[in-house]
Design a protein around this ligand. Structure first.
Ligand code: CAA
Length: 291
């Protein structure tokens, strides 16, 4: 196999918080990466976020200046979907968490991607089996659930849809290894392993704020100091995005029951545009990346 063929091409569809992190780690691992998004503004923001993240790594001596430049050179930004996936070996979709959007995106990917390409969906809770129904060959869709911030978090949760083949699970595991992640494989149940557990902590914390048990700051401090969580559940909700958490909760509530009913407070905050770090305010006020 030529060096170029062994290096491989990745297409990332959706350049939001997760998409740009996924593109970054793939480019750092030596893949040539094409990034696609419907919004030019999102692409511009993504490009700046990746440059900032790589700069941070250079400052901490985790990356050399040459490695940063080589990583940036492997990234192509704002490539139309059909062109991005046309010669890809791996396509990773990271569009917002809406089934209709995921299905539409995969219909287009299916029409344009080579037959050998491994297809991944970075969903945090939606059914991989259902998303795969958009494909002529559903065996090649694998759930690839990344964690925010993608360059830092070690886990890749791989989800096996009802028709995903072993061969494609193995390819996803190999990809995880190559981009420096540790993977786990879970069955396709709503919320998989991580969102189901992570979200229940967040939802209980919101209910506690709602009923005045303690302030958001004190609840977070309790879990950071008492349980050694790197970040309390409300700060984490701000990092993930309140709109993202609400979409996950709405889905888990429908699929798994009452314990996941979204708190009224969360819905109101999303309606008010308080989406967390990305909008500047959630349970905290954020300025320049700092709480
Ligand atoms: N790019 C590169 N490096 C980064 C980075 C980025 N975007 N963000 C943080 N870092 C690095 C920092 O440079 C720092 O490096 P050193 O250890 O060498 O100093 C390190 O990560 C820690 O960062 P900070 O010192 O700035 O701050 P911190 O110690 O508070 O860590 C954190 C920040 C990594 C975000 C940490 O608080 C954490 O792990 N929080 C929990 C995150 C989490 O649970 N994520 C999962 C969310 S759920 C999800 O994403 C899935 C979903 O489905 C929605």
């Amino acid at each position: 196999m030529s060096e170029l063929a062994s290096i491989g091409r990745v297409a990332v569809i959706g350049a939001g918080t997760m998409g740009n992190g996924i593109a970054q780690v793939c480019a750092q691992a030596g893949y040539t990466v094409a990034v696609c998004d419907v919004s030019e503004a999102v692409v511009a923001k993504a490009k700046a976020a990746v440059a900032g993240s790589l700069e941070r790594m250079v400052a901490k001596a985790k990356l050399t200046g040459e490695q940063r430049d080589a990583t940036l050179a492997r990234l192509a930004w704002g490539v139309p979907l059909e062109a991005a996936v046309g010669d890809a070996d791996v396509v990773i979709e990271a569009v917002p968490e809406r089934m209709d959007l995921k299905l539409d995106t995969f219909r287009r990917i299916d029409a344009a991607a080579p037959a050998h390409a491994l297809l991944g969906s970075n969903t945090s809770s939606l059914s991989i089996t259902e998303i795969a129904s958009a494909l002529r060959d559903p065996t090649r869709l694998v759930g690839m659930h990344f964690f925010n911030p993608v360059p830092v978090m070690e886990l890749l949760e791989i989800v096996r849809g009802l028709r995903t083949s072993d061969a494609h699970i193995e390819r996803a595991q190999a990809l995880a290894k190559r981009i420096g992640k540790t993977s786990i494989v879970v069955r396709d149940v709503a919320g998989f392993a991580t969102s189901r557990l992570g979200v229940i902590l967040g939802v209980e914390a919101m209910r506690m704020v709602e009923s005045g048990v303690a302030s958001a700051e004190d609840i977070d401090r309790a879990m950071e100091l008492g349980y050694r969580h790197p970040m309390g559940p409300l700060k984490l909700t701000d990092l993930v995005g309140l709109d993202v958490r609400l979409a996950i909760l709405d889905h888990l509530h429908r699929e798994l029951g009452e314990q996941f009913r979204p708190p009224a407070l969360l819905r109101q905050m999303v309606r008010a545009g308080k989406l967390g770090k990305k909008s500047g305010e959630g349970f905290y006020v954020w300025t320049d990346e700092k709480k």
